[in-house]
Design a protein around this ligand. Structure first.
Ligand SMILES: Cc1cc2nc3c(=O)[nH]c(=O)nc-3n(C[C@H](O)[C@H](O)[C@H](O)COP(=O)(O)OP(=O)(O)OC[C@H]3O[C@@H](n4cnc5c(N)ncnc54)[C@H](O)[C@@H]3O)c2cc1C
Length: 303
C-alpha cells in the first residue's frame, strides 16, 4: 500500500459518518484516505430503520453500498486498518496505522463512533440486536404492542420506560438489584401501571434470536417478547483523548459549526459527538464536516 505525501483529509472511521463525509469530499476532488477498522456500532443488528429511502436495509449492506458509491471518486482511498495514533504536525496531522505505516493530512476527521457496555447476563449477547435493543426509534416499530421489558436502573430506566409507552402499554422494568429510582419516579411508574422488579436477573431465555422470558434468580420466568436497555456507552477510540479534544457534558466530542472541534483542522462527526444517535444523523454530520473541511481548504488555498 502506498500513500501520497500528504492527503487533504484523513477520515478515521468508515461508518455512516465517515463514508458520508468521504462522498462529499470526493465530489470536491479532495484527496481522502479513509482508515476503517470495520466494527460499526450496529453490526449485531439485522436492519437499519428510520433512514429515509433505506428503511429495513441490513447495516453491512448499507455500508457496502456507501463504499461502492465512492468508487467513481478516484481521489478517495478506503483501507481496512486501525489507526493506532494521531498527532498534530506543523502542516496538519499525522496518523499511525496498525502496520506502523504513517500517513499525513491537512485536515483530520474523527468518525470513530461509540461502543456499548453490555451486562454480563446469560443470553444477552445471543439476543442482542434481535430481541434485545437499546433504541426504540430504531427497533420499537417491530415490537409494538408486545410484552416489553426495560433492563436498567435509576432515572435511565425511568426515561426508557416512559419513552417506550409510545410503542406498548405492557411494560416491566427489571432493575437487576436495587432500583435506585427516586420516589417521584416510582410514583409515576405506579400511576402508569409499570411494575418494577428488583430481583436479580439470571438469564434472558430465548432461541434463534427470539426472546421467550426473563429468568430471575428466584426461579420465576417472566414472559417478554423484547427488552430495551439503557446502559452507558463509551468512545470507541482513545484518539479524541490523545488529541486533547474537548468533550461536552454528555461525554461526546464538543463540536461547533460544521463539526469543528477545539483543535484547528480537526473535525468530529457521528455518534462520537453524542447528538441524536441515528444513522441518518451520523451521515448528516459527516456531510456537514465535509462541507466545513472543503470550505477551510479552499479558503486557505485562495490567494
Ligand atoms: C444494535 C443497534 C441497532 C441500531 N439500529 C439502528 C437503526 O435501526 N437505525 C439507526 O438510525 N441507527 C441505529 N443504530 C445506531 C447506529 O448504529 C449509529 O447511529 C451509527 O452506527 C453511527 O455511525 P458512526 O459512523 O458515528 O459510527 P459507527 O457506525 O460505529 O462507525 C465507526 C467506525 O469507526 C471504526 N473505528 C473506530 N475506531 C477506529 C480506529 N482507531 N481506527 C480505524 N477505525 C476505527 C469502527 O470500527 C467503525 O467501523 C443502532 C445501534 C445499535 C447498537
Amino acid at each position: 500500500m502506498s500513500y501520497p505525501d500528504e492527503y487533504d483529509v484523513i477520515i478515521i472511521g468508515g461508518g455512516p459518518a465517515g463514508l458520508s463525509a468521504a462522498l462529499v469530499l470526493g465530489r470536491c476532488r479532495r484527496r481522502v484516505l479513509i482508515c476503517d477498522e470495520g466494527h460499526p456500532r450496529n453490526a449485531s443488528s439485522i436492519k437499519v430503520n428510520s433512514f429515509f429511502t433505506r428503511d429495513n436495509t441490513p447495516p453491512h449492506e448499507l455500508l457496502r453500498l456507501a463504499r461502492e458509491q465512492l468508487k467513481p471518486y478516484s481521489s478517495v482511498q478506503y483501507i481496512r486498518t486501525r489507526v493506532k495514533d494521531a498527532c498534530r504536525t506543523d502542516t496538519g496531522f499525522e496518523v499511525v496505522l496498525q502496520d506502523k505505516v504513517k500517513a499525513r493530512s491537512r485536515k483530520l476527521l474523527l468518525a470513530t463512533g461509540l461502543v456499548d457496555d453490555f451486562p454480563e447476563v446469560e443470553g444477552f449477547k445471543d439476543l442482542y440486536g434481535k430481541s434485545i435493543f437499546h433504541c426504540p426509534y430504531c427497533d420499537g416499530w417491530e415490537v409494538q404492542d408486545k410484552r416489553l421489558g426495560i433492563y436498567g436502573e435509576s432515572s435511565r430506566a425511568f426515561h426508557m420506560a416512559r419513552g417506550l409507552t409510545a410503542w406498548s402499554n405492557d411494560l416491566i422494568i427489571f432493575t437487576d438489584g436495587p432500583s435506585r429510582l427516586s420516589h417521584k419516579h416510582l410514583l409515576a411508574l405506579e400511576r402508569n401501571k409499570i411494575p418494577v422488579i428488583e430481583e436479580k436477573v439470571s438469564m434472558f431465555k430465548g432461541k434463534d434470536g427470539i426472546l421467550d422470558s426473563v429468568v430471575l434468580t428466584n426461579g420465576a420466568h417472566i414472559p417478554r417478547d423484547a427488552i430495551f436497555f439503557d446502559r452507558p456507552s463509551y468512545q470507541t477510540s482513545e484518539l479524541p483523548r490523545k488529541l486533547r479534544c474537548e468533550f461536552n457534558k454528555h461525554g461526546g466530542i464538543a463540536t461547533k459549526k460544521y463539526e469543528t472541534t477545539n483543535l484547528p483542522g480537526l473535525f468530529a462527526a457521528g455518534n462520537i459527538t453524542r447528538d441524536v444517535q441515528l444513522v441518518v444523523v451520523a451521515a448528516a454530520e459527516g456531510a456537514k464536516a465535509a462541507f466545513g473541511i472543503n470550505l477551510a481548504l479552499t479558503s486557505e488555498d485562495f490567494r
